[in-house]
Design a binder for this molecule. Structure first.
Ligand SMILES: NC(=O)c1ccc[n+]([C@@H]2O[C@H](COP(=O)([O-])OP(=O)(O)OC[C@H]3O[C@@H](n4cnc5c(N)ncnc54)[C@H](O)[C@@H]3O)[C@@H](O)[C@H]2O)c1
Ligand SMILES: C[N+](C)(C)CCCC=O
Length: 512
């Protein structure tokens, strides 16, 4: 059991007044376009949405059909026509105000995120901070967007204009629901686009809070819209002729489908997909930091993190000390009520997902891995949590590169530990995967650190840390982990296009 934190100011929804585990019921519509929540037209395909910590139904997710998707996109388009004509400074003012409101309401949003996602309140608060920081960062970039002047012969010249794409679609995963919505909408809006965002059907609750906040900050109605739904609604968005770009976060199989659908309309795509990232720990590392890094690389958000370093390669000489300490600290992770400030690991997203994760662990044992700790369904003492989807964090030893737990993304709290002997060998093994999202190396040898970073085939390499994600830094994958980037300056390129204007100052020279 845990003590409730002091009450914070309210969102517009009465149900957020006293959110603690087992209390939230969301009855308000979760769609948002034209500057307001929109009731679903047809409730026949509704799906229950569960609170992971209790297994209780939190709300119904009612998918949007063709007519609703069309309304949302048209609403976005009309907002785009106004928003794209504002200067960067003007756009920035609205975005800074939205960031301020998020900061002010951090706790309410975090609590709703916890109720819907199951992650610990400590992590959810960080996610909300990252969300407002992202909006603030792109507000800072908006006024700097500019083109180039190119002098041509005879006084003629050309210039380039960085222009928005139009209506962008964002499709999100369930592990960082609010943060993903911010990571997509902030750069899109900074560049002058409008967005229609579809959250995961398992986490429909908080994206609409972001929509309300943008409205309160004063952006034009329709600039950021939310449609609820699953694969079918996602498909309607991808195929819609008024959509210029799709930014997708999710699994590799769905990413492939998104790319196919977008290809039909020659729409731009950003794909932020899954991973099975290597973390390499050399014997010359600062072991205390490496152990902390391995825990951060594996157990944030119950292990449901795309860039997690789940293949932990440890140089053989330090394996015993590493394992002893990592197991001791893994066993000490407080698992339980995610709303408690002392909790460090909450509940997995759903019962089927929990069963899938437990299935991976069972298979790992059958293939010869040794469970050093955890890896079981966990039932907290608090009776209200008895039907929650908790799994005790697990460390697997005796792993080999050919095991399923080492090759496939588990998306749960499971660390696979693998011994290695040489740098050359570990690089070859680390890169022997179709994924390429992230990677990490712990060593005190500065030359080795940079050599390893250069040779790892991944979109990010952490040196002597893991899973830090400042919004100033680009994030995205190599290989089948996707392409395009989120965060950092470079993301502007993925939400804008360049127009060249050529100006003749003399007479036309015609060959005809
Ligand atoms: N690289 C990243 O930044 C990043 C971040 C978070 C999660 N992920 C990845 O996401 C996966 C987990 O999330 P998930 O289970 O929600 O992924 P998922 O692929 O099942 O679903 C992601 C989103 O796609 C939608 N969708 C599903 N089928 C669709 C279709 N045919 N057309 C259009 N939309 C469709 C879903 O409704 C959901 O909103 C993991 O693989 C994880 O690594 C990647
Ligand atoms: C843990 N980070 C660095 C915040 C990345 C989260 C996005 C991936 O799931």
């Amino acid at each position: 059991m845990c003590t409730r934190m002091a009450q914070q100011p309210l969102l517009s929804l009465p149900e957020f007044q006293s959110v603690s585990t087992g209390t939230l019921l969301v009855k308000e519509p979760l769609n948002f376009w034209g500057g307001a929540r929109v009731k679903p037209k047809d409730t026949k395909n509704s799906e229950p949405v569960y609170e992971p910590a209790t297994g209780r139904v939190l709300c119904d997710m009612i998918p949007c059909g063709e007519e609703e998707v069309d309304e949302a996109i048209k609403s976005a388009h009309s907002a785009y026509l106004k928003w794209s004509k504002l200067s960067g400074m003007e756009r920035a003012r609205f975005m800074l105000e939205a960031a301020r409101i998020i900061r002010e309401r951090r706790d309410e949003i975090a609590r709703a995120e916890v109720a819907n996602n199951g992650k610990s309140i400590t992590e959810a608060q960080v996610d909300i901070d990252v969300a407002w920081q992202c909006i603030e960062y792109y507000a800072g970039i908006a006024p700097t967007l500019s083109g180039q002047h190119i002098q041509l012969p005879g006084g003629s010249f050309a210039y380039t204009r960085r222009e928005p794409l139009g209506v962008c679609v964002g499709i999100g995963a369930w592990n960082y629901p609010f943060q993903i919505a911010a990571w997509k909408s902030a750069p899109a809006m900074a560049c002058g686009n409008a967005m229609v965002f579809k959250p995961s059907p398992m986490t429909p609750v908080t994206a609409v809070m972001l929509a309300e906040i943008y409205k309160e900050a004063g952006v034009p109605d329709g600039l950021f819209n939310v449609v609820q739904g699953g694969a079918e609604t996602g498909g309607l968005l991808c195929h819609h002729p008024m959509v210029a770009k799709v930014s997708f976060t999710g699994s590799v199989p769905t990413g492939k489908k998104i790319m196919e659908m977008a290809a039909k309309g020659v729409k731009q795509v950003t794909l932020e997909l899954g991973g099975k990232s290597p973390l390499i720990i050399f014997k010359d590392c600062e072991l205390e930091n490496a152990i902390k890094g391995a825990l951060m690389a594996n157990f944030l958000t119950q292990g449901e993190v795309c860039c997690n370093g789940t293949r932990v390669f440890v140089q053989r000489e330090i394996m015993p000390q590493f394992l002893e300490e990592v197991v001791k600290r893994t066993k000490a992770i407080p698992v339980g009520d995610p709303m408690c400030e002392a909790t460090r690991m909450g509940a997995l997203i759903s019962k089927p997902h929990m069963e899938k994760v437990l299935g991976f662990i069972k298979q790992a044992k059958e293939q010869g891995a040794k469970v050093l700790c955890g890896g079981e369904q966990f039932v907290p003492n608090d009776p209200k949590l008895k039907d929650g989807y908790f799994v005790s964090p697990c460390v697997l030893d005796n792993c080999r590169d050919d095991m399923t737990c080492v090759k496939e993304e588990i998306f749960g709290p499971v660390m696979s530990v693998l011994p290695f002997d040489t740098e050359e060998e570990v690089l070859q093994r680390a890169n022997n995967t179709t994924f390429g999202l992230a990677s990490g190396v712990f060593t005190r040898d500065i030359a080795r650190a940079h050599r390893v970073a250069e040779n790892l085939q991944a979109g990010t390499c952490y040196i002597n840390n893991y899973n830090v994600g400042p919004v100033e830094v680009p994030f995205g994958g190599y290989k089948m982990s996707g392409f395009g980037r989120e965060n950092g300056q470079v993301t502007i390129e993925y939400y804008s296009q360049l127009k060249t204007v050529v100006v003749e100052m003399g007479d036309v020279e015609s060959i005809f």
